[in-house]
Write a protein that binds this ligand. Structure first.
Ligand code: NAD
Length: 419
């Protein structure tokens, strides 16, 4: 007997949307809370979905591949029987402990049970590219976390309050979790100029004030099965949670909920917490941190990059054509004609590099990344504005709640009640 849940929190928009968590710790209350968080998350980033969440109470590491497939397919059949899945009903996605492989099994089961349904592949997102997934989905949540953090650090007056120089360049970051969200958050934060000084996994944590090379650490962990013993680390901690308490500017919890609590908040040195995971900071710990002047970039906004690109994947599945396919070449030809005309008129030629930059049409990945960036930046300022406009609102989380609950309420009021 395996316990599993699917919760749909709000139908102010359809379909509902939310990941499926594979974890021994999953329970009904947690799935309900995470479904509610999805409602607010979608509203914050203007993704037109209601909130949902799923959970399967297993530790995937204790099951063979065939057993995992069986469990996933059976779970999908239960969802189909109860009308809890479908491109216009409820669209699951990956979460802690699940990924592209599980999403493929779900898509195949759904399609097999609904033969000929044209939009069937839109029943789940986070699928591999070869099975109607979208470029950029795998890294979307972490990329979104990095964009959110960069945007927060770019606001000069907010950084003055923290005593930090504006901009992400050179800022010291500790990341907890080297899974999908943690790995990609670290990767893009480093790409945007931050220095990854600490990494924490369940077996322990490592720290180096000069910075850690993420790929080297990942290769070391793959080879030895542990983050510990990485030769270039200055310090290592057998108790992983100690890694969170080291010197840094930004802490990115990207593993599980309740990692920063009243017990350890006093020892956290970061000035900014960018919540990659869902619910990593307990409410009382969050209050202490913000009262001290710290900034928490709240989960419901910070990790919304995944659902944003899931929305793009769902759109792609309904369009039945990849983004960019219809106009990339047309755009390139039009740009080329323009450049040729300008060169003929002015007698000045562009270098091959300049020509390439101007002529190039957008690929699916570029369109997805640009849509994600626009969404994250716009939403950050929307939340910040709400906080500034209401003197009683002390933190970005409350501002995010106010913004999203307003949007949900407006949807319900516009719809009315019938019959
Ligand atoms: P994942 O399974 O890919 O990775 C989680 C990682 O955390 C694993 O590497 C695991 O070993 C590590 N971990 C577990 N316990 C730990 C501990 N005590 N200390 C340090 N590391 C620990 O999961 P994920 O998809 O990256 O999800 C992580 C969090 O992000 C979850 O809270 C999830 O709900 C949230 N989230 C995920 C997505 C997504 O697109 N995957 C989107 C939004 C939010």
């Amino acid at each position: 007997m395996i316990d599993a849940w699917r919760v749909e929190h709000s139908h102010h928009m359809s379909p509902t949307k939310g990941g499926i968590r594979y974890s021994e710790m999953v329970n009904e209350d947690e799935v309900m809370a995470l479904a509610a968080l999805m409602t607010y998350k979608c509203a914050i980033v203007n993704v037109p979905f209601g909130g949902a969440k799923g959970g399967i109470k297993i530790n995937p590491k204790n099951y063979s591949l065939a057993e995992l497939e069986n469990i996933t397919r059976r779970y999908t059949v239960e969802l189909i029987k109860k009308n809890f899945i479908g491109p216009a009903i409820d669209v699951p996605a990956p979460d802690y402990g699940s990924g592209e492989r599980e999403m493929s099994w779900i898509a195949d089961t759904y399609y097999t049970m609904n033969p000929g349904q044209l939009d069937a592949m839109g029943c789940v997102t986070g699928k591999p590219i070869a099975l109607h997934g979208i470029h950029g989905r795998r890294e979307a949540t972490g990329r979104g976390v990095a964009i959110a953090t960069r945007e927060c650090l770019n606001v000069v007056e907010d950084m003055k309050g923290l005593g930090l120089e504006p901009g992400l360049k050179g800022k010291r970051v500790i990341v907890q979790g080297l899974g999908n969200v943690g790995y990609h958050s670290a990767k893009y934060l480093a790409e945007f100029g931050a220095v990854i000084v600490g990494l924490c996994e369940f077996e322990g944590a490592i720290y180096s004030a000069n910075g850690l090379d993420l790929e080297e650490v990942v290769a070391h962990r793959k080879e030895t099965g542990s983050i510990l013993g990485f030769i270039k680390a200055q310090k290592e901690f057998k108790i992983s949670a100690e890694g969170l308490e080291q010197d840094c500017d930004i802490l990115v919890p990207a593993a599980l909920e309740n990692q920063i609590t009243i017990e350890n908040i006093g020892r956290i040195k970061a000035k900014i917490i960018a919540e990659g995971a869902n619910g990593p900071t307990s409410p009382d710990a969050g209050k202490i941190f913000t009262n001290k002047g710290g900034i928490i970039i709240p989960d419901m906004y910070c990790n919304a990059g995944g659902v944003t690109v899931s929305y793009f994947e769902w759109l792609k599945n309904l369009y039945h054509v990849a983004f960019g396919r219809m106009h990339k070449r047309y755009e390139e030809n039009a740009n080329l004609n323009l450049i040729n005309t300008m060169e003929a008129m002015t007698g000045v030629s562009l270098s091959p590099l300049q020509r390439n930059l101007v002529v190039k049409g957008a690929s699916e990945l570029e369109l997805v990344n640009s849509g994600l960036e626009e969404t994250m930046i716009r939403a950050y300022h929307e939340i910040r504005e709400i906080r500034l406009m209401h003197p009683k609102i002390e933190d970005l989380r409350t501002a995010a709640f106010v913004g999203s609950i307003d949007k949900v309420a407006i949807s319900y009021m516009n719809m009315g009640i019938w019959p």
